[in-house]
Design a binder for this molecule. Structure first.
Ligand SMILES: [Zn+2]
Length: 266
């Protein structure tokens, strides 16, 4: 049987999130997934006041298919799962650039593993222009710290997924920001080293899912009366190599199909 690739390209992520916030976007952005926006706004009870986007790097859809239970903490805090197909190449800067610009790789210009500062409009620029307060919290040397650098927003750099979570909790409790982009890659690191279904890799999937749940708990306790959109949104998957390690960047189904989760923090 042929591989079945998911319907929606990652470039639809930006408008889907922005429309939940009723934030106008420049017209070059790919459109939202409108039915998903409708469902999420119903669940939120109106437009999203804030967004907390957790990007667990490299968690492929087949990890969800085979190890569904590891995502239980994500299920507990979301209500809508949306399959996406990653970019070509299926590497972090290409995929995250598409997610935050609404453009195909040819449009934003990052088509392989390079990390120039993006000069085109990003969701961060749109948020800032609208008077919103985005913040990036990421592991050291994260792609977010390179391609989205140079904007008037704070960039917090942390050693690992656990420290990222502690910082995210602190930032939420400060109440100062209304769009958190959180990027962790403990799973990506472990999967590259030991294989995508290794004990080390799957432990990292579970840890990042639990971190997402801790962040969601903090959102609920800090902003009990606000409509907050939560997302768990990976960029691509990983496949097993002949040598037993993990890799990505190809058009293989393991690299391309991913699953995002969305929910209202209530
Ligand atoms: Zn990645």
């Amino acid at each position: 049987m042929a591989d079945h690739f998911n319907r929606y390209a990652l470039k639809h992520f930006a408008a889907t999130v922005a429309e939940c916030m009723e934030l106008p976007l420049p017209e070059e952005y790919a459109p939202s997934v409108p039915w998903a926006v409708n469902i999420l706004k119903q669940r939120l009870g109106g437009k999203a006041d804030r967004v907390v986007a957790y990007h667990a790097d490299a968690v492929g859809q087949y990890i969800w298919q085979k190890y569904t239970h590891l995502l239980a903490p994500v299920y507990a805090n979301t209500t809508l799962a949306l399959p996406f197909v990653s970019t070509v190449e299926s590497v972090t800067p290409v995929a995250h650039a598409s997610m935050y610009t609404g453009l195909d790789p040819e449009g934003h210009g990052i088509q392989t593993y390079v990390r120039p500062r993006l000069e085109c409009s990003t969701l961060f620029d749109v948020l800032l222009a609208a008077g919103r307060r985005p913040v990036i919290i990421a592991q050291a040397d994260s792609t977010f710290l390179h391609i989205f650098a140079g904007r008037s927003l704070p960039y917090f750099e942390c050693a690992n997924a656990m420290e990222v979570t502690e910082k995210a909790i602190e930032v939420i409790q400060s109440g100062e920001y209304d769009f958190l982009s959180i990027h962790t890659f403990d799973y990506d690191n472990a999967a590259h080293a030991y294989g995508p279904e290794s004990k080390e890799g799957l432990n990292a999937v579970a840890l990042e899912a639990e971190n997402f749940a801790r962040i969601a708990d903090t959102v609920r306790s800090t902003w009990p009366d606000e409509r907050v959109l939560l997302t768990y949104s990976p960029d691509h998957g990983q496949h097993l190599t002949a040598g037993g390690s993990g890799a990505h960047g190809s058009r293989m189904i393991e690299d391309m199909n991913i699953l995002h989760f969305f929910g209202a923090a209530k």
